[in-house]
Design a protein around this ligand. Sequence first.
Ligand code: MN
Length: 240
Amino acid sequence: MKNNKINRRNFITNTAKVGIGLTILPTILQAKEDGVVVNFKQQPLQYSYKDLEPYIDAATMEIHYTKHAAGYTKNLNEALKDEYKKSNAITIEDILAKISSYSSKMRNNAGGHYNHELFWQTLTPKSSGKPTQKVLEVINNSFGSFEEFKKLFSQAAATRFGSGWAWLIENDGHLKISSTPNQDNPLMDVAEVKGYPILGLDVWEHAYYLKYQNKRTEYINNWWNIINWEAVEKRLLNKK
Ligand code: MN
C-alpha cells in the first residue's frame, strides 16, 4: 500500500536522524508488516532501586519505575495504535510538538513516558553534586549563580500546584526555569513556556510520598544530591 511506503520512508529517515542526533533518549521504533507501529520502551535504569538511598528509597523507585512509569509507556503505545495515522510523527518529540491535535490519553502518556525517561537518566548515585563546568557557565550566564538557580528551581518545584514537573529548559543558548501540570512538558505545543528540557523534577506525590509523606520541600532539597550533571550536559550540548 502506498501509505505504508510513505510511512516506511519516514521511518527510515527519522531513525537516521535519531541515530546521529540525540542518543540519550533513544526512541524505539518498529516497522511492521501491516504498517508502522511505533513501539516505545522504557530504557533500563543505570542503577538499582536502592542506589539512590537515602535520598529516594528503594520501594519508591521500584513502584515508580515498574508501575507508574511503565503504565505511561504501555498506555502511550495503546494510544498510538489508534492515533498514529493522524500525522507522520515517528519520534516522541514529533508527537509532543503537535500534542494538541491528539487525545488527552496521548497527551498524558506521551508526556509521562518522555518525562520519566528523562528523569531516570538525570539521576545517579554518583552525583558530583555540582554542575559540570560547561553547564555551570550557562547557568551563571542565565541566573547569575548556581545558588540563585537552585533557589529559583526549588521554588518552581515547591509551588507547582498539585501534580506536575519543574524544568530547566534551553532556548537559544539561554536557560529558563518553568513548571508544567500533570505530565505536560516544555516540548508540547500547549506549554506556556517552551524549550528543550535538560533537567526535570517529578513532583507528583507518587515520586516521594512513601518516604517524605507531605514534605515535598524536603524531597526537593534532597534531590539536588543525586543529579547526573554529565547527563544534563549531554542534553545541553546535543541540543546545540
Ligand atoms: Mn512520576
